[in-house]
Structures are given as C-alpha cells and as structure tokens.
Design a protein around this ligand. Structure first.
Ligand SMILES: C[S@@+](CC[C@H](N)C(=O)[O-])C[C@H]1O[C@@H](n2cnc3c(N)ncnc32)[C@H](O)[C@@H]1O
Length: 250
C-alpha cells in the first residue's frame, strides 16, 4: 500500500494522516506489534473526518464545522490524531492490566477465517455474536483499518452483508449460512452443553435457525445495548438466546 492511498487522503486531515502514518511506520521496531496495530486502528477511527454523531456509518468526509447533535453545539472535524494515539495507548494499557488480573492459564487461540469453512476445536460451550442480516457491512464500517494496515479484503464472505439487502431470499440465505456454522459447532459440543447467541433478531429468524440446528431453546434474555456513538434511538435491545445441545437419544 502506498501512502498516496486515496481513501486515507480523503478521510483524514493532512496532519492527522501524517501522525498516523508516522506511528504505523514505527510499529516494526517494537515487540508487541499487534497491540500497537489495535491502538493505531482505534485512533484512526476517532481521527477520521466525520461528525461526532455518525462514527458508525459516515457517508462522506466532513471537512467543515457543523452543528453537532451529540454535543448540542458547533463542532469541527479533528485536524490531529496524536491526542487519540495517546488516549487509546493509555486506555489499552488499562484494559490489559485489568485483564491480567482475571487471566487464567486457559489456552486462547484466535483464528481468522470464514466460519462456514475450516474446522472448529472441541469445546465445552459456545458464546457468539453473529452478524446481522442486511444491516452492516463490516468491511465498510472499518474501512480505515483495512486501508491503514493493508488488511486483506474478504467482504464477499460476510454473512448477511448489508450490500445483499434483507429480502426474503437474503434472509433465507442468512438462516442457512448461520445454521450451517452452528450445526458444525454443535458437533464439537457434548450433549447438554450450552450455545449462547447474542443477536438483534428484528426479523425473527432465530426460532427457525434453532430448529434447523437441532438445539433446545432454553431461554431468551433481552440485553439493553448502550450506544455510545451514533445518533440512533438510545433504547435498543438485543436478544441473548440460550440453547442446549439435546441429550443423546437412547
Ligand atoms: C455482530 S459482529 C460481532 C463482533 C465480535 N463480537 C467482536 O467483538 O469482534 C459479527 C462479526 O461476524 C463477522 N462475520 C461475518 N461473516 C462472517 C463469516 N463468514 N465468517 C466469520 N465471521 C464473519 C463480521 O465481520 C463481524 O465482525
């Protein structure tokens, strides 16, 4: 990736981009490069030329001052990134320290890939937050990270991508895709094990998905989502589905 990347030039003020690229160029000198990339990515998200009330889905760069619905006053898009690099460095250190207290010797592995393919390990339980149907294009939402870090683009593999809409056909395909992933996961669980699925099920698709997977529906808990960014209604709930793998048939 060249530093002439058009996306970066359009979405960051010149000084902010300079600071982000300088930080990026220093990462190779350090041991914990993954953490530094996370800090860079979090900072870039905040340093984009966006309004404060539309960090989730900004449509075009905001280069002028604007009336801010989040702060109820006139705000200006940021010209620098340094303050974010500092803020997220301190915040990330705090989170790492907090996690260090809870950390156990449990093995943690992170696999990147299309969940419809590849193999899953045998596990005691599953907790997952699958993509929604027709609502978010995750690649698009985090485009700044792809451009800044040169990440590979796999948007064609996103289940339920917004680009594919939420038609009857798109919903059916979504149910089939999610069910196929969960079925393979179920094969890795012991009878009686729990599968906990956090989903915003506005389209009411998860009852059928549970049937397609072959799990017992034990409970559904509503979870209040606290929206820190964006301008959408503050009362937003997600469902937490608690499913159980049936005991062996005798
Ligand atoms: C509701 S978000 C959950 C994010 C997650 N809780 C986290 O903290 O990163 C759904 C995630 O599923 C990912 N996703 C969509 N299609 C996928 C696929 N075929 N295989 C694996 N992940 C996929 C999206 O990119 C998104 O990161």
């Amino acid at each position: 990736m060249t530093e002439e990347n058009q996306y970066l030039k359009a979405w960051f003020a010149p000084q902010a981009l300079n600071e982000l690229l300088t930080y990026r160029n220093l990462i190779a000198n350090y041991h914990y490069q993954e953490i530094l990339r996370v800090i860079l990515s979090r900072s870039a998200r905040s340093a984009r030329l966006t309004t404060h009330f539309d960090l989730d889905f900004p449509k075009q760069p905001q280069t002028e001052s604007y009336y801010c619905y989040k702060h109820s006053r006139t705000c200006a898009p940021t010209a620098n990134a340094f303050q974010f690099l500092k803020r997220y460095s301190l915040d990330s250190i705090k989170r790492i320290e907090e996690f260090a207290v809870l950390r156990t010797a449990a093995l943690v592995e992170i696999h990147h890939g299309d969940s419809r393919q590849g193999d899953f390990a045998e596990v005691d339980g599953v907790i997952t937050s699958p993509p929604y149907v027709g609502l978010i294009d995750y690649h698009e939402q985090h485009a700044y990270a792809y451009h800044l870090l040169g990440l590979e683009d796999h948007r064609d593999k996103e289940i339920g991508a917004a680009a594919n809409g939420s038609s009857q056909k798109a919903r059916r395909l979504y149910q089939e895709d999610i069910a196929s992933v969960f079925k393979r996961l179920l094969g890795k669980l012991k009878p009686g094990a729990r599968m906990i699925v956090v989903a915003s099920d506005r389209a009411n698709l998860y009852g059928e998905i549970a049937q397609m997977v072959g799990v017992e529906e034990e409970a559904t808990v509503l979870r209040h989502v606290n929206r820190r960014t964006g301008r959408r209604a503050s009362e937003f709930y997600e469902s937490v589905f608690i499913w159980r793998k049936p005991d062996k048939q005798t």
